[in-house]
Design a protein around this ligand. Structure first.
Ligand SMILES: C[S@@+](CC[C@H](N)C(=O)[O-])C[C@H]1O[C@@H](n2cnc3c(N)ncnc32)[C@H](O)[C@@H]1O
Length: 264
């Protein structure tokens, strides 16, 4: 079986404009099976399940990071967002540079693109802080026969990573928002990276907003659901618009990030 072709076939469902839940769910299962087989390593053990603690949050254990693929809507949205960003940039600059902060063991969100674009069109930087995920993702790339591609692997903390100003990324991707930002470090990661690039760089996700939500009357008390709350006040936004006040230069980003007090 040609695994590259199989991944292209299976992941094509994420690019369909209309959602067919059964097909999407089957595609996701097939994609995961291929990746698990490729990886050939049992991550369901103490090492695989261990998160790594940092001052601002955790980095998920490899086992948990691999499970993220199962979130159909998340995976589909990210892949479609990355697709839009690449389409916007690919005819403007070659090679494009994509920085992926927090690849997990499979580089799930970017593999569909590595396999769809020529190695001359896009170069990649893969950041991953979890040593097991870092080891596995290199293995997966190698087993897929992608050693010739321009991929820089860095076992670094993305909240502190220093971007080489001569090699700035055009697109920056990170999905480190486990448990609605409560657990992982999406916000400090994006703040660190946004401070180092110009406002031409596309971030996926484009915007992160944090709201105070007030519970709607009559909602059950047991398991909280987003639709039981109404957005009362936005306390925080991380986006290019909020970080780059008016002009284009990164040197203008001096703004300290703080939470305003709410009168609610
Ligand atoms: C929620 S998982 C997502 C994995 C994969 N990108 C996906 O979408 O399926 C987040 C990944 O980011 C990594 N990570 C979290 N914080 C990080 C940090 N500060 N620097 C580098 N990697 C980080 C975790 O180890 C984990 O592998």
């Amino acid at each position: 079986m040609n695994l590259q072709k199989e991944i292209i076939r299976v992941t094509s469902e994420y690019f369909e404009d209309n959602i067919d839940w059964l097909k999407l769910s089957n595609a996701s299962k097939e994609y995961k099976n291929i990746l698990e087989e490729l990886c050939g390593q049992n991550m369901d053990n103490e090492e695989g399940r261990s998160d790594i603690g940092f001052e601002n949050g955790k980095a998920l254990g490899a086992f948990w990071a691999a499970l993220c693929l199962d979130d159909l809507v998340r995976t589909r949205q990210f892949i479609r967002g990355i697709n839009e960003a690449i389409k916007e940039k690919i005819n403007v600059k070659k090679p494009l540079h994509i920085l992926y902060a927090g690849t997990g063991p499979f580089a799930t969100l970017i593999l569909p693109f590595i396999l769809r674009y020529s190695k001359l069109d896009i170069k990649y930087t893969f950041l991953e802080i979890n040593p097991l995920s870092f080891k596995i993702v290199q293995d997966v790339i190698s087993k897929l026969g992608l050693d010739e591609y321009d991929i820089t692997f860095a076992k670094k903390d993305a909240t502190k990573y220093q971007i080489d100003s001569k090699n700035e990324p055009d697109i920056i991707i990170s999905e480190t928002m486990q448990n609605a930002l409560a657990k992982e470090q999406q916000v400090p990661i994006f703040l660190n990276l946004m401070r180092q690039v110009n406002n031409e760089t596309i971030f996926i996700p484009e915007k992160i907003e944090l709201f105070i939500g007030l519970k709607k009357a009559g909602s059950p008390m047991d398991v909280p659901q987003a639709n039981q709350y109404r957005e009362a006040e936005m306390v925080f936004e991380v986006s290019k618009e909020s970080m780059f006040p008016s002009e284009t230069s990164k040197t203008q980003i001096t703004k300290e990030v703080s939470f305003k007090k709410s009168k609610l």
